[in-house]
Design a protein around this ligand. Structure first.
Ligand code: AMP
Length: 515
């Protein structure tokens, strides 16, 4: 028998088995908060969405986007959209109207669901129908009664159909649409849930943006098992600590910058004599290699279990996992932290390799179908039957260690920034003659964006002018945090910039060139 692996069945199961249990606790005190919903209600609302899209004449295979911070509606939409055969396009809500407009058009999206905080962007993007997630404009779309009363038209479940298109900044100036199939997402969720031992007793705090690789797929795994979701809309270390105790949180996924904010809040509590939560949390970190000191502090000061995973949006994302085996139970904390600072061993169903020139390669059922409408880029990424990660690294026994990034991407606060995109924007400034954008180590954000700029002869611009120029034209997290004006940028004999050389002085004394 071959039953298609489609993600809609995760919520079907949760509603069947745990229908009366609270499935999600929405962020309180925001416009249209849904409060606490049972799995039965989540299911009814997901069905209502499908009925609503049927009524709008939107067929399976068509694209529905969402631009929103984390919310219960976002969680429902994973299932209300993909679960009924439509393709979900979760978009980073920190992007500008121009960037969001590009994604909406490139993906051919019919409907965009958007958070009330983004009214201005909604008014500026003219393509697609925009629905405000405020409990008024979207009341019918999420009406549980309608979901109970009416059956969606449905689709013929196909595990190879596209489940979501997740746009990611890469080595081109425009983001690329990563096409993940149901099979990719299903198997990633199963493998991730397996490695993390997810059960119906778990409570997941959403400290990762739901748009980022579908919250790395953990929302699927948690729903399938009937665990509870707790929505966290904005990152704030103190609020995270409060929720951990209040909602008995057991699991979270986060970028290293989030971990830093939790540790800072814990330190603040200790210095003012306040208690830390007693709750033991498994915290899964990815996006950049976390410093081993951070790992030691998470385990020592918070008493939480630290787990690292490595992957990319293109791999759904789980490739490797580093969760301490029993053999490490009694080793010295500093050595344990050092071991945990490596990306990890292959997850079940994944094969890892290193190419002769040091690039990390992977094969797995989680590896994507291709970039939406970019066949040449897709072929290149999948050349030779291996996925080319663009990361540099080596193997230490079965462990993969990430040391370097071969692609021109900077990762700041867990989000990718394409250097080329920032360079393009800087070149639009009339005073700029040459520019190289690189990532440099940053205490808070892991890496920060630095622009090295040569000005045109006779032209003048201050560093702040150039930063402002970028901030007006691109998402603020992508704009350079600093600019250095130079007389010249060193080039090779053939006139090429050697970014690794430009980066070198900033990374001196470190054993890795990524942070
Ligand atoms: P994204 O597709 O936005 O999730 O970004 C994927 C990139 O994040 C990878 O190609 C790596 O450069 C980086 N990354 C993710 N996890 C890790 C990790 N555990 N250690 C080092 N780099 C990581």
């Amino acid at each position: 028998m071959n039953v298609p692996l489609t993600i809609g069945e995760f919520l079907e199961r949760a509603a069947l088995v745990y229908g009366d249990r609270v499935g999600v606790v929405d962020e309180p005190d925001v416009t249209g908060s849904l409060g606490r919903l049972t799995y039965g209600e989540l299911h009814d609302r997901a069905r209502a969405m499908a009925v609503g899209f049927d009524a709008m004449g939107i067929r399976p295979g068509e694209r529905i986007a969402i631009v929103s911070p984390n919310s219960a509606r976002f969680l429902i939409s994973y299932f209300g959209v993909s679960g009924f055969g439509r393709i979900f396009v979760p978009v980073n809500y920190r992007l500008t109207a121009d960037e969001i407009g590009y994604i909406v058009e490139h993906s051919g999206t019919s409907v965009v669901l958007y958070d009330p905080e983004l009214d201005e962007i909604a008014s500026r993007v003219t393509s697609a129908k925009w629905i405000r997630l405020d409990g008024i404009q979207d009341a019918e779309l999420f009406d549980p009664e309608r979901g109970r009363r009416t059956d969606p038209v449905g689709w013929s479940p196909d595990e190879d159909a596209t489940c979501s298109i997740n746009y990611t900044s890469g080595t081109t100036s425009r983001p690329k649409g990563v096409q993940l199939t149901h099979r990719n997402c299903w198997l990633n969720a199963a493998s991730f849930g397996w490695h993390m031992g997810v059960s119906d007793r778990d409570v997941l705090l959403h400290t990762l943006p739901m748009f980022h690789a579908n919250g790395w797929g953990m929302p699927y795994a948690m729903t399938a098992m009937g665990g509870r979701h707790v929505v966290q809309r904005k990152i704030d270390g103190e609020v995270i600590l409060t929720r951990v105790a209040q909602d008995q949180v057991t699991l979270m996924c986060a970028a290293p910058a989030v971990v830093a904010s939790i540790l800072a809040a814990a330190e603040e509590r200790r210095s003012t004599g306040r208690d830390l939560p007693e709750q033991v949390v498994r915290i899964v970190v990815a996006g950049a290699p976390p410093p081993s000191k951070t790992i030691e502090r998470v385990e020592g000061e918070l008493g939480w279990e630290f787990v690292q995973i490595y992957g990319l949006t293109e791999t759904s994302p789980l490739l490797t996992v580093n969760r301490a085996p029993a053999e490490w139970d009694d080793i010295d904390p500093a050595e344990r932290a050092r071991r945990l600072s490596r990306a990890g061993v292959p997850a079940v169903g994944v094969k890892m390799a290193i190419s002769p020139d040091g690039e990390v390669l992977a094969r797995s059922n989680h590896v994507f179908e291709g970039y939406w409408q970019q066949p040449a880029e897709s072929d290149q990424a999948l050349e030779g039957g291996w996925f080319h990660t663009g990361d540099g690294g080596y193997h230490e026994g079965p462990y993969t260690v990430i040391t370097d990034r071969k692609k021109d991407v900077i990762i700041t606060g867990g989000e990718n920034v394409s250097s080329i995109e920032v360079e393009d924007v800087l070149y639009q400034h009339e005073a700029v003659s040459e520019v190289a954008v690189i990532g440099v180590p940053d205490e808070k954000w892991g890496e920060s964006v630095l622009a090295l700029v040569v000005l045109r002869q006779g032209a003048s611009a201050t560093e702040q002018d150039l930063i402002d120029h970028c901030r007006e034209r691109m998402a603020h997290f992508k704009a350079p945090r600093s600019v250095e004006i130079r007389d010249a940028l060193a080039r090779t004999a053939t006139g090429k910039l050697q970014k690794y050389k430009l980066r070198q002085p900033y990374w001196e004394g470190r054993d890795r060139q990524v942070n």
